[in-house]
Design a protein around this ligand. Structure first.
Ligand code: OAD
Length: 244
């Protein structure tokens, strides 16, 4: 694969880099995406699983689904795309990795400055006293967890449909997008807001924006460079071509 001079120069000269990732970056690790033909939303209904009312009416079903996703994530490893971003961070003056993913694979790959916009699969908290309750054990007798502090229902620490993003995290992400020289948007269909607005803020603020995705997206025509293919293949090649 060859890259444009402008893309390589942007990587070589950027002092502040911000990155937005979506489910696509974890696809090569074996974590299902959401909107691909074999993605999660083709098999499951968001309204039955990923919102607060669904949880209150059937916490067992919701927990079974999240436990299934936790098992997948426990059994997989970060891929070359995650590792390339961790390497890029080490060699950058200022680097912010904003992710919509809840799988924790960026941290496991060694990334440090990670903003998790949609929460994390491995964390949970009590809906009543809001205490963190990460050590969730499910069993036949306890098909969904109750808080060890107050007995309230424990929920996954995931941003569900209709909920606000975690306080302050989106502000930090927006700040990084508006003040970077280079913005990479990787493996996201860019249809879920407010995350999908971040590359547009970066572009408006003068950053060079590179998209890496398996297929064209809603924002492909707005970015400076759209690289079509697998992020686990393109990212290492792009870094190598830029001398990292
Ligand atoms: P999507 O499933 O909507 O989009 C994944 C994108 O990654 C698609 O455009 C694929 O073409 C692309 N893709 C697949 N494999 C790839 C690969 N190996 N390399 C590069 N690109 C690849 O996932 P997101 O955009 O992350 O929200 O979805 C956004 C949010 O919608 C998720 O965070 C989730 C979901 O509802 C919550 O759970 C709150």
């Amino acid at each position: 694969m060859t890259f444009s001079k402008a893309a390589i120069k942007s990587l070589q000269t950027a002092k502040k880099i911000a990155v937005l990732t979506g489910a696509g970056i974890s696809a090569e690790s074996g974590v299902p995406t959401f909107r691909d033909p074999d993605g999660l939303w083709a098999k499951f209904k968001p309204e039955e699983l990923a919102n607060f009312d669904a949880f209150m009416s059937n916490p067992q079903l919701v927990w079974e689904w999240y436990e299934h996703r936790r098992e997948i994530v426990r059994s997989v490893q970060p891929n070359a795309g995650h590792l390339a971003l961790a390497q890029l961070e080490k060699q950058s003056e200022q680097f912010t990795l904003i992710t919509q993913n809840v799988d924790g694979l960026h941290h496991r790959a060694g990334s440090q400055n990670v903003l998790e916009l949609h929460g994390n699969l491995m964390r949970s908290y009590c809906i009543d006293c809001r205490q963190r309750q990460d050590e969730v054990q499910l069993s036949k007798e306890h098909p969904f967890p109750l808080c060890s502090n107050c007995g309230g229902k424990v929920r996954p620490d995931i941003v569900w449909f209709g909920e606000m993003l975690p306080l302050g995290i989106f502000e930090d992400a927006e700040n990084a997008a508006r003040h970077c020289d280079l913005f990479l948007v990787i493996g996201t269909s860019a249809v879920v807001y407010p995350a999908a607005a971040l590359p547009l803020y970066a572009k408006k603020s003068g950053a060079f924006v590179i998209e890496i995705n398996a297929e064209p997206t809603e924002i492909s025509h707005l970015v400076d460079e759209s690289l079509l293919g697998l992020s686990g293949e393109i990212l290492p090649l792009l870094l190598e071509a830029s001398g990292f």
